[in-house]
Ligand binder design. Structure first.
Ligand SMILES: [Zn+2]
Length: 121
């Protein structure tokens, strides 16, 4: 993969991955990169462009949680994406064995996510 991928292409790919994982594209855009904000199935809102978690203030203005050294790490993003994907699969399967496997992966992902977040503080 020596090919240079432009930032824009990378963002599009990331957005497509998010959508595949069940995330919802919101009509609000990131004030920095002007690309749409996504709501993950975990309920968290992120900007795929700057890898940040975003929250909405009462005035629906986007406030960047990331501003105070709280940037969502690449690892966190990956974990959140995986969680979304597994939740999606979980919703679609009726196979008890599959359900067991998926819920085990889900809880270990959540555990890892928690650890990742704790180490940042
Ligand atoms: Zn952004």
């Amino acid at each position: 993969m020596a090919e240079k991928i432009s930032k824009r292409d990378a963002n599009i790919k990331k957005m497509a991955d998010l959508l595949r994982g069940g995330a919802t594209m919101l009509s609000d855009t990131c004030p920095d990169c002007k690309i749409p904000i996504f709501r993950l199935t975990t309920g968290e809102m992120i900007c795929p462009g700057c890898n940040r978690r975003v929250i909405f203030t009462k005035s629906t203005e986007v406030e960047k949680v990331a501003a105070e050294s709280n940037t969502t790490s690449e690892l966190e993003m990956i974990l959140l994406e995986k969680i979304s994907q597994i939740k999606d699969k979980l919703a679609k399967t009726d196979d008890p064995e599959e359900l067991g496997k998926l819920s085990r992966s889900l809880s270990s992902l959540y555990e890892t996510l928690e650890k990742v977040r704790k180490t940042k503080v």
